[in-house]
Ligand binder design. Structure first.
Ligand code: GDP
Length: 478
């Protein structure tokens, strides 16, 4: 509450549960006489890598124009549910001019590449084939930039819908150019011009209205204008982006999806963003690491190497990376393992820090002083009802002091149960067990959730501890 007051004086409206943006946070620190620094995940990662003498920024700076070669654009398909994203991804895949040639069976690996003949040249385009913006958002939340171009699918018979707007907001926030696919033009009631008009209001002005967004009328069901759509993607990419990467170095990129396969172990699809990935390379991807044992294409054929913008399935990792985790090649297996282990430890610490937020008897007084809390919630469990009642009576007679309350939110006879722990979690309560203990499973849950549990067999010992906690005199237990 005190922080909210300071913020208010600084001209910022805030509530006690809201998280602050970086700027407000810095301002707040200044006002309170501290220099506060926000450590971003990127900073943390940079620091971790620097202990292994890895510096990707320096590597990029050292790269000259002559090192860069054209790479295919990477495309995500977004839009409202049922507007035809899945169907369109299928139609695009079938349009591949090379499809007949390798003759493999198409595999769903989370991404695929097609070849499209554009102005006399065969050019490749990579599609992320998890439709919808959930994947896009999850990856972006991890700081990963995967997509060069977004295709926004809008059904011509339905028009702009809430998820259409959400999708275009995500793409615009990430600075990703948009190509609009006005889908289902085969349907009766299709009104593509209405879609053009609607999207103009969101800053997507069609070229034919003098803007710079390409709109293509398609039918995913009838395979209509799919080539035109791919052409528009390439034109937009060529006009807006520098799609080049250095293929002649160790690979770096992003994990797209991964799963654990009974026979093959960890199976991860990664998108190479720069460099070339080889079978036999050692990589680290999030908290997974290992030597690339084998690589497969989206048609199931084995590969020995994969260059920029190429999605490949990788076997050989120690476990399963998350979508959006970055991967890169390391000098040796030991380095990969150590980086993975450090990240795992950092994840554990973050989980611990989250748990520590719950109330414990030791920090109750501190939490009161900080204005975070003014009530000590207790859950009482005992072996016999007489003892529970006596304990409650005695507790309620404690002189709690100014501005603080003590509340027994639940009492009962019997062992401490999972339900008690859940209640303590929700209501930030401390559990008092009188001659009772929790089962091991319940104790583990309490530990995981950071719920403080205390066990007594003498009523006065319990009263003493609670009084001490209220006065901030309780010594931590080690
Ligand atoms: P998603 O939820 O955006 O992935 O949409 P789907 O691809 O699953 O398509 C939703 C429904 O619309 C399905 O029944 C498709 O067959 C249908 N559909 C998709 N594209 C077209 C199209 O171009 N024309 C028509 N008439 N139906 C389509």
């Amino acid at each position: 509450a005190a922080l909210v007051t300071v913020l208010f004086h600084l001209g910022e409206m805030a509530t006690a549960t809201q998280s602050l943006d970086e700027e407000t946070f810095a301002l707040l620190g200044e006002e309170l006489g501290y220099k506060l620094q926000v450590v971003s995940p990127e900073d943390e990662e940079r620091e971790l890598l620097s202990t292994f003498d890895i510096d990707f920024e320096a590597e990029l700076e050292a790269e000259g124009d002559e090192d860069l070669e054209a790479r295919p654009p990477v495309v995500t398909v977004m839009g409202h549910v049922d507007h035809g994203k899945t169907r369109l991804l299928d139609a695009i895949r079938k349009s591949d001019v090379m499809a007949g040639e390798h003759g493999g069976i198409t595999q769903h690996i989370g991404a695929y590449q097609v070849t499209h003949n554009h102005e006399g040249l065969d050019r490749k385009i990579t599609f992320i084939d998890t439709p919808g913006h959930e994947a896009f958002t999850a990856m972006r939340a991890r700081g990963a930039k995967v997509t060069d171009i977004a295709i926004l699918v809008v059904a011509a018979d339905d028009g702009v819908m809430p998820q259409t707007v959400e999708a275009l907001n995500h793409a615009q926030a990430a600075n990703v150019p948009i190509v609009v696919a006005v889908n289902k033009i085969d349907k009766e009631g299709a009104n593509p011009d209405k879609v053009r008009g609607q999207l103009t209001e969101y800053g997507l002005v069609p070229e034919e209205y003098g803007g710079d967004t390409m709109f293509v009328e398609v039918s995913a069901r009838q395979n209509l204008n799919i080539d035109e759509l791919l052409g528009a993607v390439l034109l937009t990419a060529d006009a807006a982006l520098d799609m080049r990467a250095n293929p002649n170095k160790d690979a770096r990129g992003i994990a797209i999806e991964a799963n654990l396969d009974k026979g093959r172990g960890s199976v991860a699809t990664v998108l190479v963003q720069s460099g070339t990935l080889h079978v036999g390379d050692t990589i680290v991807a999030g908290t997974a690491h290992g030597r690339v044992r084998a690589m497969f294409d989206d048609d199931g054929s084995a590969l020995t190497e994969a260059g920029p913008s190429r999605p490949v399935q990788v076997l050989g990792l120690s476990n399963v990376p998350r979508a959006g985790d970055t991967f890169f090649v390391t000098a040796d297996e030991r380095t990969a393992r150590q980086i993975a282990e450090k990240r795992e430890a950092a994840d554990r610490n973050a989980a611990l820090a989250k748990r520590r937020k719950r109330i414990s008897l030791e920090d109750f007084d501190q939490a009161v002083a900080e204005g975070k809390i003014d009530t000590l919630n207790l859950i009482l469990k005992g072996d016999v009802s007489g003892a529970v009642e006596a304990l409650e009576d005695a507790l309620l007679k404690i002189d709690v002091g100014e501005g603080v309350q003590l509340r027994v939110i639940h009492r009962g006879v019997g062992a401490i149960t999972q339900n008690d722990v859940n209640l303590a979690t929700v209501d930030s309560a401390v559990i008092i067990g009188f001659n009772v203990k929790p089962a091991e499973r319940v104790a583990e849950l309490a530990d995981r959730e950071g719920v403080d549990m205390r066990f007594y067999s003498v009523i006065y010992a319990a009263i003493d501890d609670i009084e001490a906690a209220l006065k901030g005199m309780l010594k931590p237990e080690y």
